[in-house]
Design a protein around this ligand. Structure first.
Ligand code: ZN
Length: 497
């Protein structure tokens, strides 16, 4: 077989693998956005079979032959084939040691655990979920044993989401945040300026909130010809290639800002996915490169754009026209200042957000080291919340049960959220050298911002690594100082410190 034939066969093979993964995603989308309850265990079975088929392909002898052959000719490969090879090689080497049958059982466990978590959350009953969570953790630890690790077992999981990320780097990252943001929050709590968002907690119907979602999506250029908005318990985004990138939100009738910022956030994810180059459409590279880079895009739209005075000013009249009487006293300034200290991560303001993530990071580090007692986790959660944020969640629904991630086996994912914040602040700093970001927002010109992001991030999909992307833009690796400066500037002004 000549090289061109090998490349063609390799691409056909990865296309098939990608299609299986997309089928699993489609089942997942359907389950989360409203499939009949009675069918869930059957769907879980199909998902288990399809996932283990895709997983089997990623570690097969055939894949091994492709990797060996292509590696021999690495200097003759174009960038796209090289990136595909890098991705397949990484998956192959990290997963080949996990027995297929154990992986199948794990995937089935995960497919069923979502419902158990949902019920436990709804009924505020951690014990109902503890056994399943413990089983998931035991699988994660066992898989790391199979896969091996460098320095710290948690590094193996971190690297799955953010290639190159380690406990060593994150300890420095969160250490700096702890040194600066925790004291800043204490100064805010002692300040005479008191901001909250209680005046926003008025009834706004689901229908009106849906209309607001559409105003936002149109405003920031989320293409609904290649996208879709539905409702789910936990807002998320998912994609089936660049031409079908979907999002969900959840409407809470006395808290319109919850959905407002969820839509901004999830649409930010989807816009990233929609702007990849055509050359990689519907291939294994037709995804975001890492969860940290993904979160940087969602955070950019949610925070840098969505929580800016200029953005709120540009939509204020339209939104107020929709919400009607209940919120008639909310001025633009009040809308901008609607900052709240909340026990719920997804509704957190920009300042405390990273502290929510720090709670999870520290817990995951211990859990994955095997250093945990499943029954103590809710207590530890609450203690850390009190120490860093000064709040104790009222109950476990508002505490340890709030996030879907652990029930999906997504340990190692949470740090991505804080990394996303840090990347987005670093991106903003460099974007401002090329364009006037605030003027763009003011002038309804989000397109110029998206073009910059497309040129530097979006178009590459998974072709370039996170470190390459950020270094190309800024000449340095991820640096948390940009985020700290952004938060200090914004919050010392807001609170007049
Ligand atoms: Zn996100």
């Amino acid at each position: 077989m000549n090289l061109q034939e090998t490349i063609a066969n390799f691409k056909n093979y990865t296309d098939k693998m990608y299609s299986l993964q997309m089928a699993v995603e489609m089942f997942n989308w359907d389950m989360e956005t409203g499939s009949p309850k009675g069918g869930i265990s059957a769907i879980a079975k199909y998902m288990g079979i399809l996932s283990s088929e895709a997983f089997g392909m990623s570690i097969s002898d055939e894949m091994n032959v492709f990797i060996t052959e292509l590696q021999k000719n690495e200097n003759k490969l174009d960038d796209i084939t090289l990136a595909m090879l890098r991705m397949c090689k990484r998956d192959f080497e990290s997963s080949k040691k996990i027995p297929k049958e154990e992986m199948r059982k794990y995937i089935e466990l995960i497919a069923n655990s979502g419902e158990i978590w949902k019920k436990a959350k709804m009924e505020n009953n951690y014990n109902m979920y503890a056994k399943t969570l413990d089983e998931i953790i035991k699988y994660k630890i066992k898989f790391i044993d199979y896969r091996g690790f460098k320095e710290h077992p948690y590094n193996t999981l971190l690297d799955d989401y953010e290639p190159g990320m380690t406990v060593e780097k994150l300890d420095i990252f969160f250490g700096k945040l702890k040194e600066t943001i925790v004291p800043l929050l204490k100064r805010i709590n002692n300040s005479t300026v008191k901001l909250d968002d209680s005046y926003m907690k008025q009834h706004v119907s689901k229908e009106t909130q849906e209309k607001i979602s559409h105003v936002l999506m149109e405003k920031i250029g989320y293409d609904l010809n290649r996208g879709m908005l539905k409702q789910s318990t936990h807002p998320f985004s998912t994609g089936f290639g660049k031409n079908d990138c979907r999002i969900t939100t959840d409407y809470i009738e006395n808290d319109m800002l919850a959905s407002f910022y969820s839509v901004m956030h999830e649409a930010g994810h989807a816009i990233y996915e929609q702007n990849k180059m055509d050359e990689i459409a519907n291939t294994i590279l037709d995804i975001g490169v890492s969860t940290g880079i993904h979160e940087s895009q969602s955070r950019f739209f949610e925070n840098v754009i969505g929580r800016s005075y200029e953005f709120l000013e540009s939509i204020y009249t339209k939104i107020m026209g929709l919400v009607g009487e209940n919120l008639k006293d909310v001025t633009l300034q009040k809308l901008y200042e609607s900052v709240s200290l909340t026990p719920i991560r997804i509704y957190a303001d920009e300042l405390t957000y990273a502290l929510h993530v720090m709670v999870r990071y520290e817990m995951e580090k211990d859990i994955i080291s095997g250093n945990y007692d499943i029954n103590d986790l809710p207590k530890i959660w609450n203690e850390k919340m009190e120490e860093y944020l000064g709040i104790i969640p009222e109950n476990d629904t508002m505490g340890i049960l709030q996030d879907i991630h652990w029930s999906q086996g997504d340990f190692g994912y949470f740090p991505s959220y804080a990394l996303g914040n840090a990347y987005s602040a670093q991106l903003l700093s460099y974007m401002q050298k090329d364009i006037n970001v605030i003027e763009c927002i003011k002038n309804d010109d989000i397109v110029t911002i998206t073009k910059w992001l497309t040129k530097n991030i979006h178009k590459y999909g998974a072709i370039k690594t996170p470190i390459e992307l950020i270094k190309n833009i800024s000449g340095e690796e991820l640096n948390v100082d940009y985020l700290i400066k952004y938060l200090e500037d914004k919050y010392t002004k807001l609170y007049n410190l």
